[in-house]
Design a protein around this ligand. Structure first.
Ligand code: PLP
Length: 397
């Protein structure tokens, strides 16, 4: 049975990471992998998480099964974080959330759920989008198409084209939108653009599915949820996939949430029963540890404030890195305009150089990024930004 298998292509980011590890040059820089790093290049455990873990160890009494929905406290708190405590859909009892193994688990649950609601649905993703999106929806047997999004030439949104495409969609379509910190482009919708997308969603009747993997990494926890809240207030049905990997630094704990908004509380109950069935068929129940940490933090005012402060440090560092790279490139006389990097948000931007230049940066300078020239902004630091800017200047000559 297995002898006919053809090997899958290796994950380009993991391949890059092992090349980086094997590179003996001490000035090498890893701009590939999408995890937050501090000035020392480490991805430490947040202090609020450490405290929550201590409390958890002291108070945990059982490891018995948690059930397919996961922890109800976590589910309530994560929905309040995303939608805001006073959101009309929460007050109307129209939201149901389940804990999932990371944001990826949330997306896979959403995919199977959509397949059950509307087997012939097409899921529209931005061009470009996170590399895993297509595979996740295709794995559920859904068709995946792309809508215009990022203009590589102008380093801005193709907003008119995006809107024109969305205006052709209808009830059989699901549109995946990134809540903030678009991966891979860093190019987000402005508030005004969100407002227009919301209007089109209402007019055309497609179902929005918002992927929120970086709440708090762009402009702030509240600010980054603008589109989610606006959309949720306007449409009848919607899905939200949240991840706690980046903003709580809980990558390997695998914790996220899939939330559905239905047009009434009764419809939400029915939808939840389908969601729970989907979960049981996929992995039965989510892991509990990460959810316990998040609910401990969000349920305690002091710990929550500490988390917000620690999140701000991560956000400020990323935004600072963006600004400093642009400033250094300018300072050393690079004529090409890189100011878009400072305007974009979150962990990634496209540097906008050719695959040959990406290869040259790797071979000659030990600077590692994926072929598309997507750079992970957290890999920049005060100690390597000069070298990075000079190396970019050299490959542009
Ligand atoms: N969605 C986007 C856009 C992402 O960038 C990521 C992670 O990189 C995820 C979802 C999934 O995150 P998780 O690690 O929680 O599965």
């Amino acid at each position: 049975m297995f002898s006919t298998l053809k090997a899958m292509p290796a994950d380009p980011i993991l391949g890059l990471l092992s090349q980086y590890r094997d590179d003996p040059r001490h000035e090498k820089i890893d701009l590939g992998v999408g995890v937050y790093k501090d000035v020392l290049g480490n991805t430490p455990i947040l202090d609020c998480v450490k405290t929550a873990e201590q409390r958890r160890t002291a108070t945990e009494t059982t490891k018995v099964y948690i059930g397919p929905a996961g922890s109800s406290d976590f589910n309530r708190l994560i929905a309040e974080l995303a939608f805001g405590e006073q959101h009309p859909t929460l007050n109307a009892g129209r939201i149901r959330s389940v804990s999932t193994p990371g944001g990826t688990g949330a997306l896979r649950v959403a995919a199977d759920f959509i397949k059950r609601c509307r087997p012939g649905a097409t899921v529209w993703v931005s061009d470009p989008t996170w590399a895993n999106h297509s595979g996740l929806f295709e794995a559920a047997g859904l068709k995946v198409e792309r809508y215009p999004y990022y203009d590589y030439a102008t380093k801005a949104l193709k907003f008119d084209e995006m809107l024109a495409k969305l205006n052709t969609l209808g009830e059989n379509d699901v549109v995946l939108l990134h809540a903030c910190c678009h991966n891979p482009s860093g190019q987000d919708l402005s508030k005004e653009q969100w407002d227009q997308v919301v209007q089109v969603a209402v007019k055309r009747g497609f179902t929005p599915l918002i992927d929120m993997a970086y709440q708090g990494f762009g402009d702030g926890v509240e600010e980054d949820a603008y589109g989610v809240r606006k959309m949720a207030a306007a449409v009848e049905d919607m899905l939200l996939c949240s991840s706690c990997s980046k903003n709580f630094g809980l990558y390997r704990e695998r914790i996220g949430a899939c939330s559905i908004i239905a047009n009434s509380s009764a419809a939400a109950d029915v939808a939840l029963s389908v969601l729970l069935y989907v979960v049981r068929c996929l992995y039965s129940m989510p892991p509990a540890h990460g959810a316990a940490l998040v609910e401990t933090i969000l349920g305690d005012n002091q710990l929550k404030q500490q988390w917000l402060d620690e999140l701000k440090v991560m956000r400020d560092r990323i935004n600072g890195n963006r600004a400093i790279l642009v400033e250094r490139l300018k300072a050393i006389g690079v004529e090409r305009d890189f100011s878009f990097i400072a305007r974009q948000k979150g962990m990634f931007s496209f540097l906008g150089v050719s695959p040959e230049q990406v290869e040259q940066l790797k071979q000659e300078f030990g600077i590692y990024m994926v072929d598309s020239s997507r750079i992970s902004i957290a890999g920049i630091s005060d100690s390597n930004v000069d070298y990075l800017a000079k190396s970019i200047a050299k490959v542009l000559q």
